[in-house]
Design a protein around this ligand. Structure first.
Ligand SMILES: [Zn+2]
Length: 102
């Protein structure tokens, strides 16, 4: 494997590293995409039941999301002015409740 691309690999390594750190976000596993709701862009990450060990309250229906239930985690792409991090604004939603918002 390495012998085939070995010579070019060294030169491309730097770029590959940057791409990897920008694109890799293995937090909670699962896959992530950006969706737009009422003029705001949100990062929407799927959480599988096996990755979910805690209980959350869904802002869409005010019901509990029980442990081991697959759902989505949503946070704004751009953080709010008063928060340290957009990740502070993470909210856990039932997937259908989030999709009803569309
Ligand atoms: Zn809900």
């Amino acid at each position: 494997m390495a012998s085939r691309a070995g010579r070019r690999q060294a030169r491309q390594q730097h770029r590959a590293d940057r791409a990897a750190s920008a694109g890799s976000n293995s937090w909670l596993g699962g896959h992530q995409q950006v969706e737009r709701r009422s003029g705001t862009e949100w990062v929407v990450r799927s959480v599988t039941g096996t990755a979910s060990a805690k209980q959350y309250r869904c802002p869409g229906c005010s019901q509990t999301i029980r442990p081991a239930v697959a759902h989505v985690v949503v946070w704004p792409v751009e953080k709010a002015l008063l928060s340290d991090s957009a990740l502070d604004e993470r909210r856990h939603w039932h997937r259908p409740c989030w999709q009803r918002l569309a």
